[in-house]
Design a protein around this ligand. Structure first.
Ligand SMILES: *Cc1c(COP(=O)(O)O)cnc(C)c1O
Length: 223
């Protein structure tokens, strides 16, 4: 199926497409395909690898409006370039990274939107802040003037039953933070990928991050 058909299929599944952000996960997807996605109306792009992202951003400078989200593991020596090249960083999971992003964003026209990645899947290979440490990290980020805490992000367990309970836990954590009233910019719960976004939407996701279902398998790109 074409990108346009894939997109139409996903949009039919979104209850209120205008209020749900569809983040097109474009790692390993070439710039000309992103250009096509932008022409179809997609505005939010998620990248995992800094160097690859910078090359595509350079090739797509003329596209307006466009919003770049960093969703990969943040290495501490890359925080400067990430803070200057992206509108959002969704994978903040410790205070050191937040502080470095904040310092690098100083002097920019706008604050950097950040999400805290929460480790709810129980898989060590995936990053994230332990749920028990979430409020302390959120409080630390709240004090950083060049960051805007917008919400939470998670990658859930591949097993559907475990995913279900991970999504439910994320929804609870998000509402707990909202209910403190301490975070005025909190409006984003980013969860759900190609294999589980329907479930994620049912648990209150305000943003879904889709790669494969839009662009096809990253392993078969050259075929
Ligand atoms: C790659 C990736 C996705 C997209 O996964 P698909 O299964 O291709 O939809 C979403 N979120 C993160 C953090 C990713 O790294």
């Amino acid at each position: 199926m074409s990108l346009a058909e894939n997109l139409a299929q996903v949009q039919r599944a979104m209850p209120v497409p205008t209020r749900t952000t569809l983040l097109a996960v474009s790692k390993r997807v070439p710039a000309d395909v992103l250009r096509e996605a932008h022409a179809l109306g997609l505005r939010h792009f998620g990248e995992n690898y800094l160097q690859e992202a910078l090359e595509k951003q350079a090739a797509l400078r003329d596209l307006e409006p466009i919003c770049w989200h960093f969703i990969g593991r943040v290495q501490r020596n890359k925080t400067g370039e990430i803070a200057r090249s992206f509108d959002w960083v969704e994978s903040v999971d410790r205070v050191l990274i937040a502080q470095r992003l904040n310092a690098a964003r100083q002097g920019a026209a706008s604050a950097l939107n950040v999400l805290i990645e929460v480790a709810v899947s129980g898989e060590d290979s995936k990053g994230g802040c332990p749920p028990a440490a979430l409020e302390v990290l959120a409080d630390d980020i709240r004090k950083l003037p060049f960051l805007r805490l917008r919400g939470l992000m998670a990658l859930v367990h591949p097993d559907p039953d475990q995913a279900q309970s991970n999504f439910a836990q994320m929804q609870t954590l998000f509402h707990t933070l909202l209910n403190t009233g301490k975070y005025p910019d909190l409006d984003t719960l980013s969860m759900g990928t190609s294999s589980d976004y329907i479930q994620a939407l049912a648990h209150g996701a305000t943003e879904i991050r889709l790669g494969t279902i839009l662009f096809g398998s990253r392993h078969q790109e050259s075929s």
